[in-house]
Ligand binder design. Structure first.
Ligand SMILES: [Zn+2]
Length: 398
């Protein structure tokens, strides 16, 4: 995190007001100052002072004056975010490869690259990422890089800046934030993938108009994340959402490392479904999940049964989470989106098991982030900090 060093910490109300102004410009820009005042209820003086500071540091830009004078006789100058002049990098560290991209302040994806890992040693891997990021940004050198958002699976303690546990990478208590800031010049923000997806969903996806949102991700890992008013709940050591080994009655999968075969990881994770498919001799040892999906689409009953069982288990998990948290939206992301034909099974089981009954069906929606979800999610880790406290970034932006 970058803090201005040449001035005292901005008063809490100024920080809050600056965030309100920037979010209003994000939602409605280009927009003149008097409209920001109308929409936010802030005084003209406050708007003038804050927009002056934010424009001075390049966090807002002034466009050509609108034709015709305002009531005061002065020209109306629309303000916008520096969408064309800046970029934010999003880096997702996966198990075999990382996905890097550049995103503008309105969530437009400018570029996306996949970088296969040469090493899983954290320092060497960060070195590879720094080089790839330098190549990527040189391609868009007319844009100022505001910051880098980084996400990875497993358990990430955001406050400590560490990856507490990432099984597939073999990482335990890796000080990833320190490694990243040692190699990258712009400010870096780090979070777990599922929380990153929830943030991106709130800023750019299906959650833009929802006050509360619960993200349920199923891939190589299973996890959940919860936001209220685009603020993410992390809890002590950022351990919230670690639902992988939650056991549910009626759920059955491949035996999990935790010893159970009725936990969510066992029933839902891609690897567990693959293991069941291989044990049932539906496919060879090296074939990917896509083979199973293709078999099912060709009408293979064994393959259909496996994918339908996973969908139903997912519906049961969704019912528990929906009843526990009661979010406006429960957003489903990851592997199940590749088999939309089973979403009706997920919904049917959700309705059957949730206390909300039929009303539960409308709460569940597939992620709206699309093919760039990893880059958008990772970038959102930084963008969330940027939009939540613009004054904290004055020094970095200027
Ligand atoms: Zn387990």
């Amino acid at each position: 995190m970058t803090t201005p060093t040449d001035r005292a910490a901005p008063a809490e109300s100024a920080r809050h007001n600056a965030a309100t102004v920037v979010r209003t410009v994000l939602a409605h820009g280009p927009i003149p100052r008097h409209r920001i005042a109308e929409l936010t209820g802030l005084s003209a003086g406050t708007i003038s002072r804050l927009t002056g500071r934010l424009a001075g540091s390049g966090q807002l830009v002034e466009l050509e004056p609108e034709l015709g004078p305002s009531a005061t006789g002065r020209p109306r100058i629309p303000l916008d975010l520096p969408v064309e002049e800046t970029a934010v990098a999003g880096v997702h560290i996966g198990t075999l490869r990382s996905t890097l991209g550049l995103v503008d302040l309105r969530g437009g994806v400018l570029a996306q690259w996949a970088v296969p890992h040469g090493s899983t040693d954290p320092r060497e891997l960060v070195g590879e990422l720094a080089e790839a990021l330098a190549d990527l940004t040189s391609w868009q050198s007319h844009r100022r890089l505001l910051g880098v958002g980084v996400s990875t699976g497993g358990w990430v303690d955001t406050e400590a800046g560490t990856v507490v546990e990432h099984g597939p990478l073999g990482w335990h208590d890796v000080p990833l934030h320190a490694e990243l800031t040692a190699r990258l010049a712009p400010p870096v923000r780090l979070d777990g993938l599922v929380r990153a997806l929830a943030l991106a969903e709130g800023w750019y996806g299906a959650g833009q108009r929802a006050e509360s949102l619960l993200e349920l991700f199923v891939g190589n890992v299973v996890g959940a994340a919860f936001t209220v008013g685009r603020r993410i709940h992390r809890g002590p050591r950022s351990a919230s959402g670690g639902i992988a080994h939650l056991r549910l009655p009626g759920v059955e999968g491949a035996p999990c490392d935790c010893g159970a075969s009725d936990c969510l990881q066992a029933a839902l994770a891609d690897g567990s479904v693959l293991r069941l498919a291989r044990e049932a001799r539906l496919m060879g040892p090296d074939e990917p999940l896509e083979t199973l999906v293709r078999l099912a689409r060709d009408g293979h009953l064994g393959a259909i049964r496996l994918l339908r069982t996973r969908a139903r288990s997912l519906g049961r998990a969704a019912a528990v989470l929906l009843d526990l948290v009661n979010p406006e939206l429960l957003v489903l992301s990851g592997g199940p989106l590749h088999t939309p034909e089973y979403l009706p099974d997920v919904r049917a089981e959700l309705v059957r098991h949730s206390t909300l009954g039929l009303a539960a069906a409308d709460r569940l929606i597939p992620s709206g982030l699309g093919e760039h979800s990893l880059v958008l999610a990772s970038a959102a880790v930084f963008l969330n900090a940027w939009f939540s406290d613009p004054l904290a970034h004055l020094a970095a932006a200027g």
